[in-house]
Design a binder for this molecule. Structure first.
Ligand code: NAP
Length: 273
């Protein structure tokens, strides 16, 4: 049995899907709102939904009771910096206290290489806490989600990326469904993935190629090729992420990942799926 945090959200939801797909795992889902529609949909699919809060260690220990594995993800936007670190370390500490055998933590691509991006620094702090314990762990480091390009306001995001990357720069990206698959593989093959950190991407494209791929799949996107640099400064400390995208950025080994998971999606294949 695996306890999945964030199960009503993007990554956790994908992990639930991947675990249920094989029929080999029993899934328990953590949510603050077991009566909500997303939780009820999970219950209908045979998932045991438990109430809990990542900020409440006792609720985590109760939710992890009897679990073989835990998938851990935090929402940096809603938790805030100290909140995210506390939530991430709470999951690690509860896993130790309850004898969990394998913890899969979703961090972010480049967390170990770049400093000064607030929601990367928090994840690196959680990774270091995890690595210092005796737990068996796997860290997944996802790059940009393909879904950011189909969200409302995607054009504004693409304009910022175009400004940061320039005409020659590229960006790596991953479908959240594939994050789910890698989490499942980690639980299935601890011999291969215990103690490993995997930066995850299924595609690498320039901004013009991203827009073209979206257009070819019937999704028009309007973006500006070059915004004034002052716009980047206006978005605050997270602008550091965009400048890092332009300097070095994500560095997943996509061919190696595709050997592990041959179905790894490109942006085009994700859009058409
Ligand atoms: N967007 C990207 O391109 C990208 C790339 C790499 C990494 N990331 C990282 O991905 C993370 C977000 O992942 P996501 O998109 O999968 O998250 P999400 O779907 O936005 O997260 C929402 C989930 O978190 C749960 N949650 C939030 N606060 C909670 C709390 N206090 N206690 C228990 N559960 C809580 C929610 O559960 P309930 O509401 O049901 O309780 C829900 O299931 C961020 O940390 C971000 O930095 C994002």
């Amino acid at each position: 049995m695996v306890l999945v945090t964030g199960a009503t959200g993007n990554q956790g939801g994908a992990v639930v899907d991947a675990l249920l797909h094989t029929g080999a795992w029993t899934v328990r889902a953590l949510t603050r709102d077991p009566a909500g529609p997303a939780a009820r949909a999970l219950t209908e699919r045979g998932v045991a939904v438990v109430a809990g809060d990542l900020a409440d260690p006792a609720s985590l220990r109760a939710a992890m009771s009897g679990a073989h594995g835990v998938f851990s993800v935090q929402n940096s936007r809603t938790a805030g910096r100290t909140g995210e670190v506390r939530q991430g370390t709470n999951v690690v500490d509860a896993a130790i206290a309850t004898g969990v055998r394998h913890l899969v933590y979703s961090s972010v691509g480049g967390a170990e290489r770049v400093r000064g991006i607030p929601h990367f620094d928090t994840k690196w702090e959680i990774e270091r806490h995890l690595a210092g314990t005796g737990l068996t762990w796997t860290v997944l480091r996802p790059t940009t989600f393909t879904s950011v390009f189909t969200m409302r306001g995607a054009g504004a995001g693409l304009s910022l990326m175009a400004t940061a990357l320039g005409p020659a720069g590229t960006l790596q990206m991953i479908a959240v469904t594939d994050i789910g698959v890698f989490a499942r593989l980690a639980f299935e093959r601890p011999g291969q993935f215990a103690g490993q950190a995997l930066e995850l991407a299924g595609d690498e494209l320039g901004v013009a190629q991203i827009a073209e791929t979206l257009r070819d799949a019937g999704r028009r996107i309007r973006y500006t090729r070059r915004l004034p640099k002052s716009v980047l400064r206006m978005i605050g400390p997270e602008a550091r992420m965009l400048s890092w995208f332009g300097e070095s950025g994500y560095a997943a080994d996509i061919p190696a990942l595709r050997r592990i998971h041959p179905g790894l999606l490109t942006l085009d294949r994700w859009l058409r799926a």
